[in-house]
Design a protein around this ligand. Structure first.
Ligand SMILES: Nc1ncnc2c1ncn2[C@@H]1O[C@H](COP(=O)(O)OP(=O)(O)OP(=O)(O)O)[C@@H](O)[C@H]1O
Length: 679
């Protein structure tokens, strides 16, 4: 059978079932996986002079063994191998710990290259390994390894794979682009990254590899987009007059940015292409009303609309607001959450009404994606805070209306630089201004011991009829602790404000009726201070609330703090955010400072990224930034932009599929599409 990079690693010489299992555990299944499991750093094995190295540096030193090695044993299993080593005219001490097997290699008078960690004060080297004299590579790749598979074994297997498969590594990026950007052939890229000739060669190879990776990623996104717009979608012929009329009766005038995005989205609805659009706007910028207008437009065209939101509180809030808004227009809005679902009779009726088209708009949580929920004619799907839903969930909802248009909304902005990588396949609309009359929220950072002054400040504001949120510290590991905390703070707050003000408590363990009642009381100002866990984080809209007090603020991520802060400053009154935190390290302090310095969600997202490093943001799953093997979307932004432009041009060209030089790329795209690795 002919060799293929998709072959399993099991076919490699010397790789038995145990090693296969260990590789699989590291996420390596195919030869392709193995060849692209690149070293995450290199050890520099070029020999150095004693005069140029610094304390604790890892270095390779070349010299002569000056004394017989002495092996000392201590404890049950520990040992140390010591010998003196002559380097030019200096004698240093070398010690290997628990590597007694090296003894036979260390003979008096023999020339060696020893790699280890230098201790300047003691003039000694803690040996790591002995390098071979012939070693012509100056850089040694360091791989991800595991307890079942050591560094040296991974390296060896990669070597075997390269030797056996080098001949079938082909270039996927079209030749004209390879030439234009002087990219190295893929075969060379892989070789140089794993076994670099020198620093410079490794760097060049990485540059080519990064371009290739970004190019293929963008080509995939572009290809999906092209296919979607050709194959799917239907025209939603809304009634412009009715939509205009609806907008005219809103209690406020839309901001210029809102008008602009409404136009963009309406244009998509009307086109026969499938809509796949992201609406991003900072907290409180007025996305909900935009969604309402669009859903209304869909209804005037005779189709149903569904809106999926991440929390029950939010679903209730939206359903209430939209029902009121749509009532004069004869639009029927329904709420569907897991607690609606639990009441059998109500649920049955709702399902019937979705199926026979009596319900025009349904708002719900992920309960919307239950298999027995069937729409009569679903034409538009809106998801709010989409990063909280898995790709799969969104997909299921979309498929309930086979050709539904999709609008995703997010208030967690991704820095512009990354938006293009993450949402390359989507069109993006941005609301970049807040409604008129908003005053910038004033944020203050207080230390733990300043709680009393926070309470005094709150009391002054309460006298002026303010309403307050107090958010209890997040205890991610334990819901029970989280609740206990909130209850304790509720008690403290109630004690302090005694009977002068009404204090309420809201947490995730309440049933939906309790939650709804508390939120209603707060909205109607029957509650002055709402102590809450982070369940209020997203979307809650009570414009009269003007103070947000967050306890142990350094336990929250920046994006989350920004979301929480966004619960105030939603009306025309001056609002305040008080962050109580005594961070233990510089990182914590820097984060508090970011919150004080800016109210701009985009800027915060950017700072967040800088402070945490890309690795963390990925681990944190707050965003959908794809994981690249070589490229770093921030550091390599320039390459990313160029790759995107080129991929766009190549894939959207009319003769794309006919051109010979695109053959490999086409194969690659069709294969990845089949694997359905993207939504
Ligand atoms: N053009 C406008 N003029 C005045 N007020 C507006 C305007 N648009 C929206 N609002 C009001 O501003 C508040 C915030 O709007 P909305 O809840 O839609 O924001 P959002 O973007 O969804 O925010 P979040 O992401 O925080 O949920 C609401 O009370 C809404 O009625």
């Amino acid at each position: 059978m002919s060799k293929n990079l998709n072959d399993s690693v099991a076919v490699l010489t010397g790789v038995g079932p145990k090693k296969v299992a260990a590789l699989n555990k590291l996420g390596i299944n195919s030869i392709e996986d193995l060849l692209t499991a690149f070293p995450f750093r290199y050890d520099d094995f070029a020999t150095r002079k004693l005069s140029e190295i610094s304390d604790q540096e890892k270095v390779a030193l070349k010299g002569t063994v000056a004394t017989e090695p002495v092996l000392s044993r201590f404890g049950r299993q520990k040992n140390r191998l010591n010998f003196r080593f002559l380097i030019d005219h200096d004698v240093i001490m070398v010690s290997f710990f628990n590597q007694s097997y090296l003894q036979s290699k260390i003979e008096l008078g023999k020339n060696l290259i020893v790699y280890g960690k230098w201790n300047h004060k003691r003039q000694s080297l803690a040996g790591i390994k002995i390098l071979s004299q012939e070693a012509n590579t100056e850089l040694g790749g360091v791989y991800r390894s595991s307890k079942d598979l050591k560094q040296s074994q991974v390296k060896k297997i990669v070597e075997v794979a390269y030797n056996e498969y080098a001949d079938v590594i082909v270039d996927v990026v079209p030749q004209s682009i390879m030439t234009k950007y002087r990219l190295l052939p893929r075969k060379e890229v892989i070789r140089e990254i794993h076994f670099p000739t020198n620093q410079k060669a490794a760097k060049l190879a990485r540059r080519s590899g990064t371009f290739e990776e970004f190019f293929l990623f963008q080509a995939r996104l572009q290809y999906i987009k092209e296919n979607q717009s050709i194959n799917q979608g239907k025209k939603i012929e809304y009634d412009l007059k009715k939509v205009k009329n609806f907008i005219a009766q809103l209690p406020f005038e839309l901001t210029t940015a809102q008008k602009k995005v409404v136009n963009e989205i309406c244009h998509d609805l009307h086109s026969k292409n499938h809509m796949n659009r992201l609406l991003q706007g900072d907290v409180g910028s007025g996305k909900t009303i935009v969604a309402a207008i669009i859903m209304y437009a869909a209804v005037t065209a005779g189709v149903q609309a569904a809106m999926m939101v991440p929390t029950e509180i939010l679903a209730q809030q939206h359903a209430k607001k939209l029902s009121e808004l749509f009532e004069p227009f004869g639009v029927n809005v329904a709420l569907l959450t897991s607690s609606t679902v639990s009441k059998v009779a109500r649920r049955r009726e709702l399902l019937r009404n979705l199926n026979n088209g009596v319900v025009n708009i349904v708002i719900g949580t992920h309960a919307l994606i239950q298999p027995d929920i069937v729409f009569q004619n679903l034409g538009l799907v809106v998801t709010d805070e989409q990063h909280r839903f898995g790709v799969g969930q969104r997909q299921i909802l979309r498929e309930k209306g086979s050709t539904s248009d999709v609008l995703m909304m997010t208030a967690t902005p991704i820095p512009r630089t990354l938006a293009l990588t993450t949402y390359g396949e989507m069109d993006v609309s941005t609301i970049n201004e807040l409604p008129k009359g908003r005053k910038a929220i004033r944020t203050q950072w207080l230390k733990d011991n300043q709680m009393m002054s926070a309470f005094e400040f709150i009391e002054r504001e309460l006298r002026n009829h303010a309403q307050v949120y107090i958010v209890s510290p997040l205890i991610e590991e334990s819901e029970v602790m989280d609740l206990k905390n909130a209850e304790e703070i509720y008690k403290k707050t109630s004690d302090y404000f005694d009977s002068r003000y009404h204090v309420g408590l809201l947490h995730g363990r309440m049933n939906s009726n309790e939650k709804e009642n508390i939120m209603l009381d707060f909205k109607e100002h029957a509650i002055d201070i709402l102590v809450s866990t982070t369940v209020i984080e997203v979307g809650v809209d009570v414009p009269n609330a003007t103070i947000m007090l967050i306890l142990d603020a350094d336990r929250f991520g920046l994006a989350q703090l920004h979301q929480l802060r966004g619960r105030v400053g939603r009306g025309d009154k001056q609002s305040y955010c008080l962050l109580v935190a005594s961070p233990k390290n510089e990182y914590g302090i820097a984060r508090m400072q970011v919150m004080i310095n800016t109210n701009d969600g985009f800027e915060i997202a950017q700072k967040d990224l800088e402070l945490r490093g890309q690795g963390d943001i990925l681990g944190n799953k707050q965003s959908g930034i794809p994981d690249f093997k070589l490229g770093d979307p921030i550091a390599d932004l320039r390459i990313l932009q160029i790759a995107k432009e080129e991929a766009h041009q190549v894939v959207s060209a009319e003769d794309f599929k006919q051109k010979k030089e695109n053959e490999e790329l086409m194969k690659y795209l069709n294969q990845t599409l089949l694997e359905n690795s993207f939504d």
